[in-house]
Write a protein that binds this ligand. Structure first.
Ligand code: F6R
Length: 607
């Protein structure tokens, strides 16, 4: 994922830019660059492939000092990782950096080529540089030219711009990709992530969608999409100084549960258009390659495997492609039949899980069309070795029990399902519906997190229990599996999940007053069937703990927690949250080591 840093001050800002890039390194990138300006000097641009350390070496060889500058780490989408494709891109006295995807880059490139602009890269970003330059040749001032160019762009962007004619001004804009303005004393900064600037400030203005701004060392003007002057209040950055600290939380697991709205927003950042998904984040040929896929195999371990199981329901019901899901430790040792045009998806938080990595390597000789890694660690082996990668941006997950990594995997998988559907039927209403539903998720999760006190009270019921059953149907069956895994991992209570329809085929024999039965009961087409299953439990004296939609809670009685009514498609993601909170609070009641449960490791790098 790309990163942006910018600064305008009355001192040399190059060290600020470099430190900002270093702080964004964890997001993954393949090249980096800076463009720096001082009054009376032209733009000094230095770029390098590889790590920020390579850029530092290049800067040591040709120093670039100045009071105004922009910097970037690039993750290749349009054009291979190479110095000529690295940002900043320049045109007639200006330099820009860009995060996101410009969807209409091809017609704009043709138009600008006809106007005489010469392209030196394959990127969509260079199109924007020339477009601003062209408008500047037609309009009296840079602000108008910047606005005119923004008006022609389709897609997602965070942009920063400097121009030799205005050596004291830093311009920026955002639409679909995040951008913050940092307030210093007598200086201003900008970045795609406030973490990049915590070295110089903890005070930020968060730009809204469609905002653009002009920053000088002592002034900050922000306009909204209607070009009206906009007030974006300065907010103090309240997270722990860096996300490796627990901050106000008692455990990392709880902190990570509460980070989910932000982790999901970060994962979605720059991936959604108005009513469609931006498939180009998978690379320039994504549309064709996605259209070729006729079958999907998903391979993963543990919690990540559960994410794959949910995705199977989405892929088969929305796209109509056959999808098979398997644990990596089994898959890698059996004879696999791979139909023509099958995509292999591996899912992993760490990207270093031995079985998942071995499965990916094993798959290389099995005749797959391509391999895709869905992963939270940009530089991991899985990401490096797969043909395609889709990064989740959950941030570091320290608690051994996976929480925010799981929900961001689900988000990535729903995004990917929507991309598969979109390339097959652009006008399918479900495409726009999924995009709208994904956008609503962070706020809905915040609502569900507010149920924590009620869930804390329920957790007491597990104080003397040794076993629990989890029930769900449809895509909520894997959510029940994930709930059972969380409970056994951190509270050491034996828990099993069943597809609720299986209850009377055996496990019902276990049900008595010592067996809590946790059910995931959203208001979907299977609810009536699930209710019958719950009656079977009630009739045998079993203790029911039900997570249900608010519209049906009256019928369920005590032990029921109501969740908001949501679109069916995102319901599995939402119903994960109360199960995480339940296992966390049961573990507190049991007094176990929540963040480091016995016998378990965060990253299972051995077989
Ligand atoms: C459970 C958990 C594990 C991991 C599994 C795979 O809470 O975290 O089941 O999901 O070990 O790990 P990754 O996703 O890193 O491949």
């Amino acid at each position: 994922m790309c990163g942006i840093v910018g600064a305008v001050a009355q001192r040399n800002i190059t060290p600020i830019l470099l430190e900002g890039l270093r702080r964004l390194e964890y997001r993954g990138y393949d090249s980096a660059g800076v463009a720096v300006l001082a009054a009376g000097t032209g733009i000094q641009r230095v770029r390098a492939t590889g790590k920020v350390a390579e850029l530092e070496k290049a800067l040591a060889a040709s120093p670039a000092d100045g009071y105004l500058g922009i910097a970037h780490t690039r993750w290749a989408t349009h054009g291979k990782p190479a110095e000529h494709n690295a940002h900043p891109h320049v045109s007639k006295g200006l330099a820009i950096v860009h995060n996101g995807i410009i969807e209409n880059h091809a017609p704009l490139r043709r138009k600008l080529t006809d106007l005489g602009y010469v392209f030196t890269s394959e990127t969509d970003t260079e199109v924007v540089a020339h477009l601003i330059a062209w408008h500047y040749s037609q309009t009296p001032d840079l602000l108008s030219a910047f606005r005119a160019a923004l008006g022609e762009l389709h897609g997602a962007y965070a942009l920063a711009l400097v121009h030799e004619d205005e050596p004291h001004n830093l311009y920026c804009a955002r639409m679909g990709s995040p951008l913050v303005v940092g307030e210093g004393s007598g200086e201003h900064y900008l970045a795609s992530d406030p973490l990049a600037l915590l070295q110089v400030t903890d005070r930020f203005r968060y730009l809204d969608e469609g905002d653009h701004a002009r920053l000088s060392h002592d002034q900050c003007d922000i306009w909204d999409r209607e070009y009206q002057q906009a007030e974006r209040p300065v907010k103090r950055y309240e997270h722990a100084a860096h996300s490796l600290e627990k901050g106000e939380y008692r455990h990392y697991m709880l902190k990570e549960i509460f980070e989910q709205p932000e982790a999901i927003s970060d994962t979605l950042s720059g991936t959604l258009g108005d009513d469609h998904v931006l498939t180009a984040i998978l690379g320039p040929e994504a549309e064709t390659r996605l259209a070729d896929i006729q079958n999907i195999h998903i391979v993963a371990c543990g919690t990540s495997y559960h994410a794959g199981l949910v995705a199977r329901y989405w892929i088969e019901s929305l796209v109509g492609l056959p999808c098979q899901v398997e644990v990596a430790s089994e898959y890698r040792y059996r004879t696999v039949v791979v139909p023509a045009n099958t995509l292999l998806i591996t899912i992993s938080q760490s990207g270093e899980t031995a079985d998942t990595l071995a499965a990916l390597r094993f798959a290389r000789n099995q005749g797959y069309l391509a391999t895709l890694a869905i992963c939270n660690v940009a530089g991991s082996s899985l990401v490096r070795e797969a043909d395609w990668r889709l990064l989740t941006h959950a941030g570091p997950e320290i608690g051994v029990a996976s929480t925010k990594a799981f929900t961001t995997q689900l988000v990535a998988l729903l995004w990917f399902t929507t991309a598969l559907l979109q390339v097959r039927d652009r006008s399918a209403p479900q495409v726009a519906d999924n995009v709208a539903a994904l956008r609503k998720l962070p706020a809905l999760i915040t609502q569900v997190l507010a149920l924590e006190p009620a869930i804390t009270a329920l957790a007491q019921r597990f104080a003397n229990k040794h076993h629990a059953l989890f029930l769900g149907r449809g895509p909520h069956y894997p959510i029940a599996m994930e709930g059972a895994l969380k409970l056994k991992e951190i509270s050491y209570i034996h828990a099993e999940a069943y597809a609720a329809g299986e209850l009377k085929h055996g496990p019902l024999a276990l049900v008595d007053e010592d067996m809590p039965v946790v059910s995931v009961a959203p208001s979907d087409s299977l609810l009536e069937k699930l209710k019958s299953n719950l009656e079977e439990v009630r009739a045998r004296g079993g203790e029911l703990i039900t997570f249900a939609c608010e519209s049906i809670d009256q019928e369920q009685g005590e032990g029921t927690i109501s969740l908001p009514q949501v679109d069916d498609i995102i319901s599995p993601i939402l119903y994960t949250i109360p199960l995480q909170l339940l296992s966390y609070h049961v573990a507190l009641v049991k007094g176990t080591d929540v963040d480091k449960p016995r016998n378990l490791a965060k990253s299972v790098t051995v077989e």
